[in-house]
Design a protein around this ligand. Structure first.
Ligand SMILES: [Fe+2]
Ligand SMILES: [Fe+2]
Length: 133
């Protein structure tokens, strides 16, 4: 049983955004697997970097859609993306420095963040993108 399942309720109805969210879930699962397998700091760090790269790519995609469509919620939505990116970078740095280990609390935070963000901000964006210009 994967840690996070890309259930129907997570679909926002925009093919590219949905595809990227499915990939994000996949990478979160890989991170979770690396954690429970008890992999070392270096390996967990690599999987976390792999997730972070894709997160940044995904956020850029959404922000491009927002700008191209003149989305009114751009500043707020981007600030939320920036906040998560900062948290993930801090976690990476802490893991690297040996001052933190990846915990289930962190994994649950990521899972809850995704569910909350997709159901709220991302759904609002997808609804906006679906509206005829
Ligand atoms: Fe988003
Ligand atoms: Fe998203």
């Amino acid at each position: 049983m994967p840690f996070v399942v890309f259930e129907e309720r997570f679909r926002v109805g925009h093919p590219e955004i949905d595809r990227q969210h499915a990939e994000l879930f996949d990478r979160v699962n890989r991170l979770h697997d690396a954690m429970i397998a008890g992999h070392g700091r270096a390996e967990v760090g690599q999987v976390l970097a792999f997730l972070r790269h894709y997160t940044v790519t995904h956020f850029q995609t959404e922000e491009k859609f927002m700008q191209e469509s003149g989305y009114g919620g751009y500043a707020r939505h981007k600030a939320i993306h920036d906040d998560l990116t900062r948290k993930v970078l801090e976690l990476e740095a802490a893991l690297e420095a040996g001052s933190a280990t990846l915990s289930i609390t962190t994994m649950n935070f990521l899972k809850d963040w995704l569910a909350h963000h997709i159901g709220g901000e991302d759904q609002r964006l997808a609804d906006h993108l679906r509206k005829p210009a």
